[in-house]
Design a protein around this ligand. Structure first.
Ligand SMILES: Nc1ncnc2c1ncn2[C@@H]1O[C@H](COP(=O)(O)OP(=O)(O)OP(=O)(O)O)[C@@H](O)[C@H]1O
Length: 258
């Protein structure tokens, strides 16, 4: 059965070494402000004589079981994207235990793994080869992504010539083609124009029906209420609240808009 476990998991980002004194001084004025006002953005800034780091995730202990669809909410900089990236296994230097079972796929950015000098169509074929599709499955994938992305003649032009919304259409179409057991999605998937968003939502709804564990970040609370069975509210790299969507979202709104 797919599952995710974190025990005492912490992750820091290095910021600068001890020599940048004036920057450090102004920073720590900011830290004092932050303690007084938990609505401010970002993780905790920790400094010693040699280095200054952002503590983006702080001693997280958490388990996600098969069948759960988890939404991550919180202010800008609360640690949501870092947690997703950590679950995707992209950080090497972290503390604590991270254990993920199951075939995992992460939709972290629209152009992840794409070669922008190649055309959209070439990228689709490259991806098909990368995930080991047969020739007939490659033709199916190409037709599916072409119909979804609606890029017309641009599908045969280099991706570097695409607007950001066009790149999202292609990246989204490709990234949502596999059917993983564990799916991690960052909120870029909600970008794009309204026509795209409608199509994207339909495609995601179909995809989500197949996955065993979903973890997504979004600032769109209605989407999270609709899709999730559990919400984790992050604050300053820690879990502030974890529970059923209505309970956590209502508490979050009460603090932030009340
Ligand atoms: N590459 C990086 N280098 C240094 N610090 C980083 C980096 N990425 C994130 N951080 C810091 O880590 C903390 C958590 O950031 P993260 O991107 O995980 O937040 P988030 O909750 O996803 O925010 P948002 O809602 O704005 O997307 C922030 O304080 C941020 O400044």
């Amino acid at each position: 059965m797919p599952l995710i476990r974190l025990i005492d998991y912490s992750l820091t980002y290095p910021m600068f070494h001890g020599s940048a004194r004036s920057l450090k001084k102004s920073l720590f004025k900011g830290v004092r402000n932050k303690v007084a006002d938990r609505k401010s953005a970002g993780g905790s800034i920790v400094s010693n004589s040699d280095t200054t780091v952002v503590l983006a995730l702080s001693q997280l202990t958490l388990s996600i079981e098969s069948g759960e669809r988890v939404g991550l909410i919180g202010h800008n900089g609360a640690g949501k994207s870092t947690l997703l990236r950590a679950l995707a296994g992209i950080y090497e230097s972290s503390l604590g235990v991270l254990h993920v079972e199951g075939d995992l796929h992460a939709l972290l950015s629209p152009q992840a793994g794409m070669n922008t000098d190649l055309t959209g169509r070439e990228n689709i074929r490259l991806y098909a080869r990368y995930i080991g599709l047969s020739d007939s499955a490659t033709v199916e994938l190409e037709a599916d992504v072409e119909a979804f992305a609606e890029l017309g003649a641009f599908l045969d032009l280099p991706v570097r010539l695409y607007s950001s919304g066009m790149a999202i259409r292609l990246g989204f179409g490709l990234a949502t083609a596999p059917r993983p057991e564990v799916l991690l999605m960052d909120e870029w998937f909600m970008a794009g124009d309204s026509h795209f968003q409608e199509k994207a939502r339909e495609r995601l709804t179909r995809l989500i029906e197949h996955v065993r564990i979903l973890v997504i970040t979004s600032h769109s609370l209605p989407i999270l209420r609709q899709w999730c069975t559990r919400i984790i509210w992050m604050e300053g790299g820690r879990i502030r609240m974890d529970g059923p969507p209505d309970l956590v979202i209502d508490a979050y709104k009460a603090v932030n808009h009340g």
